[in-house]
Structure formats: structure tokens, C-alpha cells
Design a protein around this ligand. Sequence first.
Ligand code: UFG
Length: 328
Amino acid sequence: MILVTGGAGYIGSHVVKLLLDSNFEVLVIDNLSTGFKKAVDNRAIFVEADLGNKEELDKMFIKFNITGVIHFAASAYVGESVLKPQKYYKNNVITTINLLEAMLSHKVEKIIFSSSCAVYGNPTGQVIIETEKNNPINPYGHTKLICEKILENYSRAYNLTYINLRYFNVAGGHPTGVIGEYHNPETHLIPRVLEHLLGKYKDIRIFGNDYPTKDGTCIRDYIHVMDLAEAHKLALVALLKNHTINEVFNLGIGKGYSVKEVISKCEEVSGIKANIRYENRRIGDPAMLVASADKAKNELGWVPKYDINHMVSSAWKWHQNNPNGYTT
Ligand code: UFG
């Protein structure tokens, strides 16, 4: 059985569904602080608990035959992490230490960790390879890097193997339309634009148009959540078979889109014009983050299938059908 922490969250819920569709047994633990029970496929076993609760964790490892862990549970808003670093170190670092403690004492030796391109900070090159210097510029990125280092150190000292997956900007929803991206409040660009186009917000704010990029707005590498989920499945299989251990992979498409380009794409897909308002830069935002994903393609055999059109159109479909997300 695979334990998925944070399996009620956006990315976690899509990975859970893919694993179940691929005949894995899945146990989800989530404290529902940002996730939604409704997002969890009912074929999974669901336990509502917090990774801060060591006794609860211990009980789960005793009760279930866990063979591997995928660890999503974390706080993941770059902007908020600047304002509330304490929350981020507690929710991201301490919980990871608790989880690893439970894994080690119950001899569970395999973990896939959700890391982020935020570990790179403000890279200098055009595309980022995994050996690029780590230099986070916000607390969120620091917490992810610390967890990566913990895994590296633990794997040398104890019976533990890991794969760190560094996500770029994840977007889109499940092709069936049954699950999608919903945060409350929403801060991520694509869902925020779509919710604006559906009338939930009166405008879309662009945080900074004076970056050293082609149109002055930040550039990100957007990756479809189902491509990301597929990469998790491949990494899990490789880790369980010991084909790939103690490695780090970027997960992005290798193509950057500016904030303005993303908004135009949302207008094109929806057929609705956005009301744009320019604001100051958001603290902690790097100008440009674009992945080289060659390593994941070559070593895990990962073949991403979806482009920005699919991401926006699957997200648009989900938001149209679920204007209140998982709350109704
Ligand atoms: N943006 C706006 N207006 C908005 C929302 C976002 O202009 O209303 C801009 C941001 O300033 C940024 C870009 O759109 O330049 C993308 O912002 P997101 O909040 O969608 O995503 P981030 O790049 O900040 O963060 C996301 C994930 C993190 C991950 C990070 C890596 O939330 O978990 O990607 O870059 F670490």
C-alpha cells in the first residue's frame, strides 16, 4: 500500500486517482487544512490526521502495510511564506521529520518528495538543469530545500531511499472533469484568471510588469497536472524496484509563458476579455523559471503529453462546472 500525505490537495488528489487506476492500493492522510475530502477518490482509504500528530502517524504505520510514501502535505504559497515563515517551517520541515521518524521506526524505506523549482531562486541561465545552484529567495523554497537535504543525509545514514521531484507551475485538471484545481483563497495565476472570467473577482492583478523579460511580466514553465501525476507513477515504480534511487528530477515542460501570455490564453479559451490591473511586484517572485526536463525524460522514460491549451481548457471546463469548487 502506498501512503500519500496531502492526498486531498490539488496535486495529491490527481496522483491518488492515477495510482488507483494503475492498481496501487492507496492510503491518504490529510488534515484538510487546504485539501478537500471530496477530491479524494473513494477507492482510497482516507485518514483525516495531521502529520504533527506522531501518535496518529505511528498507528497508521502499525495498522497498514505501507511499502512506500509520496509526501505532498505542505503549505505551498510563495507569497504567504514571506509573511508567515513560522507556519512554513512548521508545516513543511517539522512534519517531514515526523513522517521520516515514523517511516524509519516501521522500516518503510521509500519516499517520493514533492519539491519545487523554488529551490533554485533566481537562476541566471535560460533553462534550469538539476545541477543548477540552489539559492531560494523565499521561505517556501528554503523549506523545500531543507527537506531535500534531510532526505539526502538520512539516506546516507539509514535504510532510506528517495526521489525528489521539483515541480514547476502545475495547472489543469483531470480529463474526466471529476477533479480539478481549487484553493480558497485562490492565488495561483491560471485558476485566479479563470475565476475572474467567471465573475468571482472583478479583475486580475498582474504583479509587476518591470521584470527583465520580453513583456516585463514573470515567466513560468506550466505543466499539466496529469503529466506531473504520470511522472510520480514512473518515479514510484523506479524507486520500488531500486532502478532509480536518491535522485532529483525537474518536472516542467521546458517552455516558458509570461503572465500576460497566460492571461491571453485564458481569454482565448473562454472567449471572455479579462479586466487587467497592474500592481507592484509580489515579494519572493523570481523573474523567470523554466525547466530542462531532459533528465526525467531520459531516466524515468517520462513523456509529457499536454500543452498550455490543454491545461487552460481542462481548468476552464472544471471551473465552469464547479463554480464553488469543492465547497458545494
Ligand atoms: N500572478 C499574478 N497575478 C495573480 C497570481 C499570480 O500576476 O493573481 C503571477 C505571479 O506574480 C507569478 C506568476 O503569476 O509571477 C505565477 O504565480 P503563481 O502564484 O501561479 O505561481 P508561483 O510561480 O508563485 O508558485 C507556484 C507554486 C509553488 C511553486 C512555484 C514555483 O504555487 O508551489 O510555483 O515557481 F513552488
